[in-house]
Design a protein around this ligand. Structure first.
Ligand code: GLU
Length: 260
């Protein structure tokens, strides 16, 4: 694995719903958030600027609504996200407080990033927050947009934000420990640790959405995200949350997509 963290000043870390629910079924797992925040705090201590792109609003909204699983209709998913977003942020705030790190909530849509005026505002605010030493926590504004609920679980949003603020690295955290050359459930599937030519990846042979059924992403949207950032000259690391500390220390875990 070849992440050279010493040359990365600005890092975007995206975490999806299925990682944040971990062993807690459809509910948020506070330990998963703490584990992620531990890594972010370490990066901040090394003076790196970090932006977190986090799903989990829908998952956090399920239990207050008395739901045991993600609803199938879009409008109830959006309603659950509205209930859960504040709770998700409260959990992040509590966890970052252990390190006296200030966080902020940034809710945007893919369309905002494509719209002149909005995009300059987003860029300006994110740069300002980073300068102030804050860790911005971005999620899709699920009342307004549904791109990432329907497809991608914020993988696409994270890729666009990474290029927008010219970060040096995008880290996509996934429940699988990296990219495999076939469905990872097949015993013969082999992990690929480095991808230098993304055009050689055959997405048809890769696995589907997250195991817990609480997110909407999958390997395909991760490869699409890798295409966007590597084309912009930025590297992308795909790793599980448990392997993240080792991956950032240069261990041979996860999959690193080299910038194009
Ligand atoms: N914005 C959604 C959430 O926070 C992410 C997409 C999803 O979970 O599908 O839950």
């Amino acid at each position: 694995m070849s992440v050279d963290l010493s040359s990365c000043n600005r890092v975007v870390i995206k975490v999806g719903s299925s990682t944040l629910t971990g062993n807690a079924g459809a509910n948020l797992d506070p330990k998963a958030i703490d584990n992620l925040v531990d890594v972010v705090a370490k990066l901040r201590k090394e003076n790196k600027e970090v932006i977190v792109v986090s799903s989990g609003a829908i998952a956090a909204g399920l239990s207050p609504l008395g739901l045991s699983s993600r609803p199938s209709d879009l409008i109830t998913q959006q309603a659950a996200a509205s209930v859960g977003q504040g709770l998700l942020m409260a959990r992040y705030t509590e966890s970052f407080n252990r390190f006296k790190i200030t966080t902020s909530q940034v809710l945007i849509t893919i369309e905002d990033i494509k719209r002149q005026g909005h995009v300059e505002n987003i860029k300006g605010v994110l740069n300002s927050l980073l300068k102030l030493g804050v860790v911005p926590i971005i999620n899709e504004n699920d009342t307004v947009g549904t791109d990432e609920i329907r497809y991608g679980d914020n993988d696409g949003l994270a890729a666009l934000v990474t290029t927008l603020i010219t970060a040096d690295l995008l880290i996509l955290i996934t429940d699988i420990d990296g990219l495999y050359d076939a469905n990872p459930k097949d015993a013969s599937a082999k992990q690929i640790h480095r991808v230098s030519d993304i055009s050689k990846i055959d997405i048809k042979t890769l696995g589907g959405a997250g195991a817990a059924g609480v997110g909407s992403g999958g390997m395909i949207t991760k490869i699409e995200a890798a295409k966007v950032v590597t084309k912009a000259g930025i590297g992308m690391l795909l790793t599980s949350l448990s392997d993240l500390p080792s991956a950032l220390a240069g261990g041979e875990v996860g999959t690193y997509f080299y910038p194009n």
